[in-house]
Ligand binder design. Sequence first.
Ligand code: Z5A
Length: 219
Amino acid sequence: MTSAQIRPGLFITVEGVEGVGKTTNMAFIREWLERAGVELVCTREPGGTPLAEELRALLLANRAEPVDPCAELLMIFAARAQHLSQVIEPALARGAWVLCDRFTDATFAYQGGGRKLPAAVIETLESLVQGGRQPDRTFYLDLDVETGLARARKRGDADRFEREAREFFEAVRQAYWQRVQANPARFTVIDAGVSLVEVQAAIAAGLEDLFAQIKGEGQ
Ligand code: Z5A
């Protein structure tokens, strides 16, 4: 029996501030789950469909015109609505697992914490766009902002978010921690400030724990 048969339709997200190593570790999680026999759809936000990727490009582009935080928020949820209806919900409905690089926790962190939009406004859009859909498990990679920004700077050209000041990312990190504290059963917190080998050992332990939990639920 494969893991997907034990528990079909699991939604896993990966979150963290700038430079935390999400892309690197998404590939690790993907390989780990595929080795375990999971049918996996790997995707990202904002993005994941042609239209949502166009919205992503609009969101990330540097531009002279200041972007209103509310316009930013609505574009993110427009992309999410498309992504959910075209990719995430169909995959979960057929029993595949979905591994997504960022989801609505990022909205509470960046648009809530970073841009200071009220949580109640984000919750209203969350309810409209997602209904009751929430990730089943979220790997939150935590790293101090200074180290994260130093890692990210090595990548070259900064997008519109990456040009924000350090205080913005401190507020983002703080908002992530509020999400973790409000939903402790959903989050697996990973210290991303250690070597990649150690980070991936911690992620593997988190995945083992998830499998033990779903096996327990299936008995
Ligand atoms: N955004 C938003 O505002 N609201 C929302 O609701 C959503 C998103 C969903 C794009 O996201 C932007 O969208 C994002 C927030 C906003 N902007 N910001 N900031 P994204 O996820 O595509 O962009 P990103 O944050 O830049 O993520 P990334 O590309 O996955 O980068 P990363 O997390 O920094 O990962 P990385 O490229 O794997 O790692 C960075 C470097 O560190 C790289 O050279 C690695 O080799 C190195 N690394 C990784 N791990 C280690 C360890 N352990 N030690 C040493 N070096 C390491």
